[in-house]
Design a protein around this ligand. Structure first.
Ligand SMILES: [Cu+2]
Length: 634
């Protein structure tokens, strides 16, 4: 259906080849080690549809919407809250977007084909998976190791490719693994590439994309091309009740256009190293992990944007982010009723964001512009969570998390040290450098949840959560306010306006009430309905404000956009999500037909200004009919 509307031909699997050699017919799955929560969702991995963008796997998740940025860098929104407000873990790593335009969000670092499990917490998020976020949590896990039975050998190889005619998107995914009863080695690699895609019809006049650039058709969406390569090596060991895993991940995105930004990604290289341990003991479960990621990111004007401005050949912008994390978590039954979970997490983050000089003018020279110099954001968290199964009907969970977060940034300089005029950066740099940049935040999260399951056909869950997020480094430490071009470059929101940070920002705290009701037949096969209303009140919500209201004098502009800063305000969101499905026929004859529907409504208001919040998905209702016949699904 989607394909027809877009005038494209989907060939999800042009070539699909599976090679397997199993010496022993059975292989050993470590089911006892994998802890799957009920938020675990079945994956619809249509490779052509996701085409390198793991965020697109979340498209049908209850409570989640997406906003598009680059071809492989969509950003999820949970109940109207997006980006850094969501905790996103990829294989246990909390990855941070190291770019003034947030072009490399966490989910851009995993290939959708490699994702095995997604867990989305959209309502009340347990503190064990929350922290430094005020919306929900998204956990994405890649393929888990499979070991052979004792004395056996398990080998596996898969190659997939796809082609989409609309934007010539094509890619290859390769996966190979070998395992015996105790060790496991896996490689997965992917390359995806696409040209600009075409809209359903003409939406602008055809012509050159920009001065000195090529021609764009009337239906061609400029700056929507991309190319992304991912490689992951995993080595696992399994000894009785202990699992050790080492992962090396490499990513390169040589180019990715951004339709919603003034810049494009001209390179993104990332190396990820991860160690994971899971062990079962008589007293319970112990999990530990450590990770290290380095990202080197470059931006400039891509092929569909003007490159020369006077004597300046483009505007190079460079970023390096280094994230290191360690976590330990233990889970133990303290009685037949109570399960206690305790953990500690540490994360260290470093960020440099610098823009080399360009051209002979004062606007971008003669010095290097330091947007963020030696930015630091480190936090240490501890949490405790108690699950209690009081009887067949009642389950409760209470949790508390405390976090100490320290951030800092070094002194900066502009392209020049002139203190007057819009191309003079000295005054703003001097003012920023005169301030003490180090900040400490002490955050507390609390969760209380109760679930009542009266029978096999229904359950009701209700809860309250208090969650806190500290400002990111761009929100706190971007400093240049005299030049619109520079302000434009700091736009992690993706709305075309110019932004300057505010060092006085406080962490934002959300209070959420949520109820989830679920009704279904006993087997959850014939019919199912799930309703989730929610209400969130946020104090110190970080929102865009006029520069003057926070004592800054920003460059004025008349191009329809505005230059803004940030301040803590009060916001409120409420809404409802609903999902329903009913089987229409039972699988005899023509196959099984199922009617599905999804409804979501979110209303978000800034109570300080009485304005609507940004990035809120309008009311939407989706109806569908699923058809399954043997192995076919439509
Ligand atoms: Cu960027």
């Amino acid at each position: 259906m989607k394909c027809k509307k877009m005038h494209l031909i989907c060939i999800p699997t042009l070539l699909s080849l599976l090679v397997s050699n199993t010496v022993l017919a059975e292989h050993l799955k470590l089911d006892d080690i994998e802890v799957i929560s009920e938020e675990n969702s079945p994956l619809n991995k249509d490779y052509a549809t996701t085409a390198g963008d793991a965020a697109k796997l979340l498209e049908n998740e209850m409570g989640v919407s997406l906003y598009r940025a680059g071809g492989v860098s969509s950003l999820p929104v949970i109940h109207g809250l997006a980006d850094d407000r969501i905790r996103i873990q990829v294989d246990g790593m909390d990855l941070i977007s190291s770019c003034a335009n947030h072009m490399n969000p966490a989910l851009s670092y995993i290939d959708p084909f490699n994702v095995q499990t997604i867990k989305v917490y959209s309502g009340i998020t347990p503190v064990s998976v929350g922290g430094d976020s005020i919306a929900g949590t998204i956990l994405m896990l890649s393929k888990q190791p499979e070991f052979a039975m004792e004395g056996g050998l398990l080998t596996h190889a898969t190659i997939n490719s796809f082609y989409k005619s609309n934007n010539d998107a094509h890619g290859v995914n390769l996966s190979a693994s070998v395992a015996n009863a105790h060790a496991y080695l896996q490689y997965t690699g992917t390359t995806v590439e696409a040209n600009n895609y075409r809209a359903g019809g003409a939406f602008k006049a055809a012509g050159i994309a920009a001065n000195g650039r090529g021609y764009l058709g009337a239906d061609e969406v400029g700056s929507s091309y991309y190319h992304s390569d991912n490689h992951a090596f995993v080595l696992g060991f399994h000894q009785e009740n202990h699992l050790f895993e080492l992962m090396l991940g490499l990513q390169e995105i040589p180019y990715q256009g951004f339709t919603n930004q003034r810049m494009d990604m001209t390179n993104n290289e990332s190396q990820q190293y991860r160690f994971k341990y899971e062990g079962h003991y008589d007293w319970g479960l112990l999990k530990a992990s450590a990770y290290h990621q380095r990202t080197r990111h470059s931006m400039n004007f891509g092929d569909d944007k003007q490159f020369f401005y006077g004597t300046a050949p483009g505007m190079p912008m460079e970023t390096e982010g280094v994230t290191t994390g360690v976590s330990v978590e233990a889970e133990t039954s303290i009685s037949s009723r109570d399960l206690l979970r305790m953990g500690a997490e540490y994360q260290r983050y470093r960020l440099d964001d610098w823009w080399p000089a360009s051209g002979s003018g004062m606007m971008m020279g003669p010095n290097v512009f330091w947007n963020i110099n030696n930015g630091k954001r480190d936090h240490f968290d501890v949490f405790a969570e108690l699950d209690s199964q009081w009887n067949q009907q009642w389950f409760t969970q209470v949790g508390i998390r405390a976090s100490q977060l320290n951030s800092d940034a070094g002194n900066v300089q502009g392209y020049n040290n002139t203190t007057v005029g819009m191309a003079g950066y000295g005054a703003a740099a001097n003012a920023f450098n005169a301030l003490d940049h180090s900040k400490s935040d002490h955050n507390v999260d609390v969760t209380m949840l109760a679930r009542y399951t009266p029978d096999h056909n229904s359950s009701v869950e209700a809860g309250y959560a208090m969650k806190t997020r500290a400002p990111n480094l761009y929100e706190r430490y971007t400093w240049a306010n005299t030049n619109t071009m520079v302000l434009n470059m700091n736009n992690w929101i993706g709305d075309g306006n110019g932004y300057v940070g505010n060092i006085n920002l406080k962490p934002e705290t959300a209070h959420t009430l949520s109820i989830t009701g679920e009704w279904h037949d006993a087997q959850k096969e014939d019919w199912q309905i799930k309703v989730e209303p929610y209400f969130t009140y946020i104090t110190d919500y970080i929102d865009a404000v006029s520069c003057a209201s926070v004592g800054k004098t920003c460059a004025s502009r008349t191009d329809g956009f505005v230059n803004l800063s940030l301040d803590n305000q009060t916001a409120q969101l409420y809404g409802i999500d609903m999902r329903a499905r009913k089987r229409l026929s039972d699988g005899q004859g023509l196959g099984r037909f199922t009617l599905t529907s999804a409804l979501s409504y979110t209303r978000g208001r800034n109570l300080t200004t009485d304005d609507d919040l940004y990035q809120i998905m309008p009311f939407n209702l989706t109806l569908g009919v699923e058809h399954a016949y043997s192995a076919w699904k439509t």
